[in-house]
Design a protein around this ligand. Structure first.
Ligand code: FES
Ligand SMILES: [Fe+2]
Length: 388
């Protein structure tokens, strides 16, 4: 009855299992179902992708003041991002250097120093160990030798990225020529107006693949954003890129962030007279950050992998700073939020349903449409990193 068999873990990353995915788009097969279900495949992705490449982690305005922090586990690693008294943003392993306790509970807050809840070692906001009760008799112990372990953090256009790999190339190299594509939108001057989290019962790749194909729009979003469904009218042209991202540009009327008939903000001034005033530029920064820049705002999807079939999505809504001062900002922004809430739920239903189908022993590889070039590109980017 079982139609496919997952290889043994020792054999799971042999490239021959994936040869069909490596073919050109219209000759290729979709990845084997175990890529979306196997704990061993997921562990390899964590090791080779999430703990090695740059990872998007929200906006700098989430921690505006000295002492502001947020703590979370990313790809299984407890970390804290904190703004120092000097205004600099830093990321640290959220683990005490004494006997390893997690320091700050997950969530956000403000602190003057980080105090371990176990034996009260104290760390300054720059990670230096500044308080060590009853350690004065310990031979050869110096607080200077036990700062918090640093996690690399760099920013681009108001977006924070972390990297667990000390040897990784700088973020600017990773992002390549992305500013040529989205610099015009002034993302660094936009403000995070709303941030919303969604736990989703699917493999992180299903969400990312969904975000970068327009093929499902006519079906999944038929009651909402169907007008962006047609490849013929909207184009969804895949543009060449340098760096670890891919990008599409779709031509359309009005804002892609509104449902038909809803009122919104005028076109963002820097776009006037350019093709960007009549379309949406949407990069996917590998492995998992979707960004959409449309005529009057931008939004992003931040993906936190939690396991083979679970992830957390963060949806961030960005508007040009001056819009937030308008007396009608909240009224108009509500139209955008409604559109995002509805279409995000539609995509969640589709992705969780897809996960259930892939969990079946009958799940076998399928074929791609010409509408899915970036699903194929994303899958191959991942295989480039996880295979032996
Ligand atoms: S584990 Fe943190 S002070 Fe002991
Ligand atoms: Fe969708």
């Amino acid at each position: 009855m079982i139609k496919h068999r997952t290889p043994e873990d020792s054999d799971l990353f042999d490239p021959r299992h994936y040869a069909a995915v490596r073919q050109p788009l219209l000759e290729a097969q979709t990845p084997p179902a175990w890529c979306y279900t196997s704990p061993a495949f997921y562990r390899r992705e964590v090791e080779r992708i999430f703990r090695r490449e740059w990872q998007f982690l929200g906006r700098t305005e989430q921690v505006p003041a000295p002492g502001d922090y947020f703590a979370l586990a990313f790809a299984g690693v407890p970390i804290v991002v904190v703004r120092g008294s000097d205004g600099a943003l830093r990321a640290f392993a959220n683990s005490c250097r004494h006997r390893g306790s997690m320091l700050l509970d997950e969530g956000n807050g403000n602190c003057k120093a980080i105090v371990c809840p176990y034996h009260s070692w104290v760390y300054a906001l720059d990670g230096k160990l500044s308080g060590t009760p009853d350690m004065d008799r310990t031979e050869g112990f110096g607080a200077g030798d036990y700062p918090l372990h640093r996690v690399r953090l760099e920013t681009w256009a108001g977006f924070m990225f972390i990297n667990f790999d000390p040897a990784a190339a700088p973020l600017s190299v990773f992002l390549g020529d992305i500013d040529d594509k989205v610099g015009i939108y002034g993302l660094g001057d936009m403000v995070l107006a709303r941030r919303r989290e969604y736990p989703i019962a699917c493999n992180w790749k299903l969400w990312v693949e969904n975000a970068k194909e327009s093929y499902h729009i006519a079906t999944v979003h038929k009651r909402t954003i169907q007008r962006y469904a047609s490849a013929k009218s909207a184009g969804y042209a895949v543009e060449p890129t340098i760096g670890e991202y891919c990008v599409t540009f779709a031509r359309h009327d009005a804002s892609m962030a509104l449902l038909q008939g809803d009122s919104g903000f005028p076109v963002h001034e820097p776009l006037l007279g350019r093709r960007e005033a009549a379309g949406t530029c949407a990069p996917l920064i590998y492995p998992s950050t979707y960004l959409a820049c449309t005529i009057d705002c931008a939004w992003y999807l931040e993906v936190h992998p939690l396991g083979p079939s679970s992830m957390m999505l963060v949806h961030g809504a960005l508007f040009p700073r001056e819009r937030l001062g308008r007396p009608d900002f909240e009224t108009l922004a509500a139209n955008y939020y409604r559109r995002w809430d509805i279409t995000t739920e539609e995509d969640i239903v589709a992705s969780e349903r897809q996960q259930k189908g892939l969990d079946s022993p009958y799940a076998t590889p399928g074929r791609f449409s010409h509408r899915e070039p970036l699903v194929h590109a994303i899958d191959n980017w991942i295989l480039d990193r996880v295979l032996d």
